[in-house]
Design a protein around this ligand. Structure first.
Ligand code: FE2
Ligand code: FE2
Length: 167
C-alpha cells in the first residue's frame, strides 16, 4: 500500500465484509435471546445494518471503486465467540448476558473502524463519505448504548442470580 487512499479503500473493504457477516450473525443472536428487549434491539440493529451496507456501497461509489469485501479475521473471531456462547450456555439468563457481551464486542469493533474511516475520509477531503460514515458511526454508538442499558436493566442481574459453579 502506497497511499492514504489505498489504506482507506482497504479498511472500507474490511468493514464491508464485517457488516455482511453481521447481517447473518445478528438474527442468530436475536433468535437465541430470551430477554424481549434484547431480541428487539438485535432485530432492529440488523435492519440498520442493511442500511449501513448500502451506505458503504455509496462510499465505494464516491471513491470510484466497486463494492467488495475483504476477509476480516477480527469480526470472524468475534462472531465465533458469540456462536460459542450460544452453543455452550444452556441457562437462558446466562446466555442472554453472554449474547449482550458478544454483540457489544462487535459494536466496539465497528465503532473503532468507523471512527478511523471518518477521520481518514476527512483527511482525504471525501465529504460525502464523511457524512455517510458518520451516520453509521452514530448508529453503532447508539446500538452499543442500548445494549448497555439492556444489560443494566436486568440481564446481568438475572445472570448473577444463577447459582455459582461448585469449586
Ligand atoms: Fe454495522
Ligand atoms: Fe453494529
Amino acid at each position: 500500500m502506497q497511499s492514504m487512499d489505498e489504506l482507506f479503500h482497504a479498511l472500507l473493504q474490511d468493514v464491508y465484509y464485517a457488516e455482511k457477516q453481521l447481517l447473518k450473525a445478528l438474527p442468530k443472536l436475536a433468535k437465541k435471546s430470551t430477554n424481549q428487549k434484547l431480541k428487539e434491539a438485535l432485530t432492529k440493529h440488523r435492519e440498520e445494518t442493511e442500511e449501513q451496507v448500502e451506505r458503504l456501497e455509496k462510499v465505494f461509489e464516491a471513491i470510484g471503486k466497486r463494492p467488495r469485501g475483504k476477509t476480516c479475521d477480527a469480526i470472524l473471531g468475534i462472531i465465533a465467540e458469540g456462536q460459542e456462547v450460544m452453543n455452550e450456555v444452556d441457562d437462558e439468563a446466562l446466555r442472554d448476558a453472554g449474547i449482550v457481551s458478544s454483540a457489544q464486542a462487535a459494536e466496539h469493533y465497528e465503532i473503532a473502524r468507523y471512527g478511523t474511516l471518518c477521520a481518514w475520509a476527512k483527511l482525504l477531503g471525501q465529504d460525502e463519505a464523511v457524512e455517510l460514515l458518520s451516520e453509521t458511526l452514530a448508529e453503532e454508538k447508539h446500538a452499543d448504548e442500548l445494549l448497555t442499558n439492556i444489560a443494566e436493566a436486568g440481564v446481568n442481574e438475572s445472570a448473577a442470580e444463577r447459582p455459582q459453579a461448585a469449586e
